[in-house]
Design a protein around this ligand. Structure first.
Ligand SMILES: [Fe+2]
Length: 384
């Protein structure tokens, strides 16, 4: 049997309580005399930020705060951050936040090292020069941008989410600390947890999957099934938060190396056009996308279903799919986010545009079943 060559990229990862305090030491190790501290205003005001700033101080590292970062970060957020990075002569980036902050920080690093505009680097392997040292402290358990080679930047003029994939985007170090997650609002916890679960499911059934990515994806699904509901209901329980963070990390390593699929291709199209939170967009498309893919990867979907709590006695395909989706909805709990596109001002007249966007999304290439445009149109039709 011929085994294809595979490469795996993973950053250095530190896990555990108060892991964030190492930010200063790593900045010093990377000879970053001045770091751009990419974050958002509410995060910068958190009490736990003090230890990070103190660590930078003790390491003799200066910092310049850049917090002008919107949810679904815009190309102009990246360019503004790159201007600050270059004008302040920074020599490294410390990104502290959720997926939007981390993705924006990656974009800033790309532009700082390569020039031009961030939209010049959209696609796969378009980044020529390595980024400056990047230290990440994620404050959500979902995007896993702190371990992945992906960044998603919104083209504000075209209202489109653009995907950048490059080994250069793998951060140098990810500091996985539960403390920053403890003050997260419930809807952020839910949407992040759904994102992590989606990463693991898509990586597991991806046509780029391998032994290592499968191992990570399955562990992630197991942890999400066991701890995601608790992290929603018991926000201040550190163990649930930690296990959810591990689920996100495993899923991130899995998808970074195996690729994503139809759920992300469709949710990027929706998220770009209507500016929806990523986890909400993924929740909207999940059922249709899984139904479409199921026959192409039946054994793997059954395994996912059983890990999520569907009885192994259930083998009928329709019941497996329904059971899997019910388990996911139960994990999601009661949130205010409806799962119909109509609820977000979408119109069926937008379907051709949504189809065109998702058909060229890089995530479609690793979906186990490649949809034609008519398939995509039918899939979007079901979301209203
Ligand atoms: Fe995602």
């Amino acid at each position: 049997m011929v085994r294809e060559h595979r490469k795996y990229v993973v950053p250095e990862i530190i896990t555990g309580d108060d892991a964030r305090i190492y930010a200063g030491r790593y900045a010093s190790n990377f000879h970053s005399n001045t770091v751009l501290l990419a974050t958002d205003e509410s995060i910068f005001r958190q009490k736990w930020m003090r230890e990070i700033l103190q660590g930078l101080d003790e390491a003799g590292t200066e910092y310049v705060v850049f917090s002008d970062i919107e949810e679904n970060p815009r190309d102009y957020n990246v360019m503004a951050g790159a201007d600050v990075y270059l004008s302040e002569e920074c020599t490294g980036i410390l990104a502290i936040g959720g997926g939007s902050v981390l993705d924006c920080a990656k974009g800033i690093g790309i532009v700082a090292a390569n020039g031009g505009t961030i939209l010049d680097y959209v696609g796969v392997d378009q980044v020529r020069n390595p980024m400056p040292p990047l230290i990440c402290v994620p404050t959500t358990a979902g995007s896993a941008a702190d371990v992945s080679q992906y960044a998603v930047i919104r083209n504000a003029d075209k209202k489109a989410k653009n995907i950048i994939i490059s080994k250069s985007l793998v951060p140098d170090v990810s500091l996985l600390d539960t403390v920053p997650l403890m003050t997260q609002p419930k809807d952020v916890t839910v949407n992040s947890g759904i994102d992590a679960l989606t990463h693991a499911i898509e990586a597991y059934v991806s046509n780029g999957a391998s032994h290592l990515s499968d191992m990570m994806a399955l562990e992630s699904i197991t942890l999400s099934a066991g701890f995601f509901p608790f992290s929603v209901d018991r926000a201040d329980d550190p163990d649930s938060r930690f296990q959810s963070l591990m689920a996100s990390m495993y899923a991130g390593i899995a998808f970074s190396n195996a690729g994503l699929g139809l759920i992300h291709a469709m949710s990027h199209a929706i998220g770009g056009l209507y500016d929806l939170p990523h986890g909400v967009a993924s929740s909207i498309v999940m059922r249709s996308a899984i139904q479409y893919n199921y026959s192409s990867s039946k054994r793997k979907y059954q395994k996912i279903a059983y890990l999520l709590g569907v009885s192994p006695d259930i083998t009928d395909d329709k019941r497996v799919i329904t059971g899997m989706f019910e388990q996911i909805m139960e994990m999601r709990g009661n949130t205010d986010n409806p799962l119909s596109l109509s609820a977000y001002g979408a119109s069926k007249a937008d379907i051709p545009d949504l189809v065109a966007r998702s058909a060229v999304d890089p995530c479609i290439a690793t979906n186990p079943r490649i949809p034609c445009r008519r398939d995509l149109s039918n899939l979007f039709e079901r979301l209203f």
